[in-house]
Design a protein around this ligand. Structure first.
Ligand SMILES: [Zn+2]
Length: 319
């Protein structure tokens, strides 16, 4: 395949990152603007168009612009339906940016963009059925099915973090009760740690505080030092994640689950427990073929994945 250049735009709550990437995921240029200074829709479109038009002069072979944005997105219409962190509602981002730049512009949810980038750069040709899971404060997901990014009927697919784990559990930020994210995201893990420490003031977790607070790293360091309570927290987290994964594996017959995010640093404790739970709960036939992979999130994957969205949407034109 010949080399093509894309502009990737990764819109986050703090920064909007803009970069030029090629179809091998190499980044040739990066810059950013502050999200808080670009909340107004006309202002952000004007600023982004100015940057895109400037970059087109330096990189005349730019094929299109891919944008990843947190929130609910209409991929087909190119509209940010609602982005809670940024406050945009029904923002016609793609039509407006297209009009000012004359380029192909594609918009998707940021988790989908990252999943697409991960698949395209690491697994294309190896797996066609993949789920990417980011473990952190939230538990985000993105699905690749039959080699394509799977968005569902109106773009809301892949929300593994909001699968119900305990029907009457605590309320989640999404409004549902007992989502898996409540138990296996950072807050849930810290809640378990607080309970362990309250029951056992000699817990090693208290030896590894950061800024006098318990963090996921405190629990990992205590687990490494042999603290049984800390090890149990990660094992229990792995069991919960494994339970959710087993359901997804039975439903979708995936070839791989790619796990990233801050909490994935506890791989040593999570991995055996996740694998054991999947073997226990999922059917043997799909469980036999699924690889559980702990991967490092490549730096700038949001930006790269966003840029590569153009290649996903317009791939047919390029081949
Ligand atoms: Zn939820």
């Amino acid at each position: 395949m010949d080399k093509f250049y894309y502009i990737g735009i990764d819109i986050g709550g703090t920064k909007i990152k803009i970069g030029v990437v090629d179809n091998l995921g190499r980044v040739y240029h990066r810059e950013s603007i502050i999200t808080a200074e670009n909340l107004n829709e006309d202002v952000v479109v004007k600023n982004l168009a100015a940057i895109v038009n400037r970059l087109q002069k330096t990189f005349p072979d730019i094929y299109g612009v891919g944008i990843g944005c947190a929130g609910l997105i209409s991929h087909t219409e190119g509209i940010v339906i609602f982005s809670p962190n940024i406050g945009w509602r029904n923002f016609q981002l793609v039509p407006k940016l297209k009009a000012l730049t004359g380029l192909k512009v594609v918009l998707d949810n940021d988790a989908n963009a990252a999943a697409w980038g991960t698949f395209f750069l690491n697994y294309s040709g190896k797996y066609s059925y993949l789920m990417c899971v980011a473990l952190g404060t939230g538990i985000g997901g993105g699905l690749i099915l039959d080699g394509c990014l799977y968005r569902g009927a109106n773009g809301a697919a892949g929300e593994i973090g909001h699968m119900t784990f305990i029907p009457d559990g605590p309320e989640c930020s999404c409004g549902n009760k007992g989502c898996i994210e409540i138990y296996s995201g950072t807050k849930g893990i810290l809640r378990s740690a607080q309970a362990k420490v309250a029951n056992n003031p000699k817990s090693f977790i208290l030896k590894f505080l950061e800024d006098e607070k318990i963090t996921p790293k405190s629990i990992s360091l205590a687990a490494e030092a042999g603290d049984k309570g800390a090890q149990a927290i990660w094992e229990e987290t792995g069991e919960r994640l494994g339970t959710a994964f087993a359901s997804v594996i039975n439903l979708l017959n995936l070839q791989a689950i790619h796990i990233t995010g801050g909490l994935s640093l506890a791989q040593e404790w999570l991995e055996p427990s996740i694998n054991r739970t999947i073997r226990k709960r999922a059917f043997d036939t799909p469980a036999d073929v699924v690889d559980i992979i702990f991967g490092k999130q490549k730096k700038d994957m949001g930006l790269i994945g966003s840029g590569l969205l153009v290649l996903g949407k317009y791939q047919q034109d390029l081949l």
